[in-house]
Write a protein that binds this ligand. Sequence first.
Ligand SMILES: Cc1cc2nc3c(=O)[nH]c(=O)nc-3n(C[C@H](O)[C@H](O)[C@H](O)COP(=O)(O)O)c2cc1C
Ligand code: SF4
Length: 365
Amino acid sequence: MSMLAFTPFQLRNVTLKNRFLLAPMATQYVEKGGIIGDSLIDYYIHMALTGVAAVIVEAAAIATEGRGWSRQLSAASPNDLPGLSHIAEAIRERGSIPLLQIHHAGRQGLPADASGYVVGPSGIPCPVLGRPVRVLNPKDIKTLVTKFTDAARIAERAGFAGIELHGAHGYLLHQFVSPLTNKRDDEYGLKNPNPYRFPLEVVKSIRMAVPDMILAYRLSARDYLPRGLTLEHSVPLAIALADAGVDMLHVSGGMYASLHGPESIVGPSTPSGVFRSDAHDIRQAVRVPVAVVGKIQTPALAEEILQNSDAHLIALGRILLRDPLWIQKAQGQSDVPVRPCLLCSRCRYHLKGCPDDQQKPIWVK
Ligand SMILES: Cc1cc2nc3c(=O)[nH]c(=O)nc-3n(C[C@H](O)[C@H](O)[C@H](O)COP(=O)(O)O)c2cc1C
Ligand code: SF4
């Protein structure tokens, strides 16, 4: 049977060889001093060789003070160019399209100094991390628009075909669009005729700076929290993002605080393909391609999502760590069944291999 999953797809100026993307996954392999060593490069070679049409490289910080974790990739400075170029080249050479996710953690970040403060749209700490929040003023926000744009330029110079803005999972861009985290009453508040000003300013600025690059935007369609973001907000946001020049919307869900809902790294008790119906609703509302992620672990489910027009593209995360032959198996090149992911969350903190693996993955040095 021919599968829609193995038909090519045109994304802006690039032809994707199939409908599969590697979901961005923070590896924690960046070495001290921001050095990109063999482990990180080997990991991306390995993931490109799985056969995905595009690799979305893990969240890279647009500013040192916006980091979400200590060994995070960076796209904040021209000093990051050599390492990023190495990653982009390693992916291209293995026949996949390199995209870089860029990110500011906002209130879910690491404090930049001994004060312990992080930044955000309003002074509401993340209930999980509890770090005090300094409210960004309009001048700070303009500076961040510039930093996002500079990071996109760095990605372009490094040879990436595109970038993905991390607007999901409770990080800074998400914080500006969620009613739980944005209580502002200025021009960046949600009560304005243009409630999504900050992400739209970022998108427009990047679109002008790098007109030839793919510009994707990952969003959480819902917060899964009382009085939080729902499709009532995320559908108009998606429409506005597409109008502002985004080439692809990548639908996910949740934030750190959504511990009792289908949080972003979908747990065992949450149904497979949990975000597909939100992707479907967003797809109906916009003209740009939509990708969906979230516990899509069998080829049959991926194909069903595509056939049902829930999304144009499927992002695969943990299942490709678990079974690098997944795409070949989906294509019928092997009769060995797919190796199910245990959904144990061990990889969430460091990619050291699955608990029942006899050998370490090739990228663990
Ligand atoms: C180890 C790990 C690191 C992750 N890092 C990121 C990240 O850097 N950026 C991001 O948007 N999502 C990140 N995620 C979330 C994944 O991209 C994906 O949305 C999630 O794992 C659900 O997809 P899956 O069920 O296919 O794994 C991470 C997930 C894992 C397991
Ligand atoms: S470490 Fe656990 S959750 Fe991660 S890929 Fe392996 S089995 Fe799946």
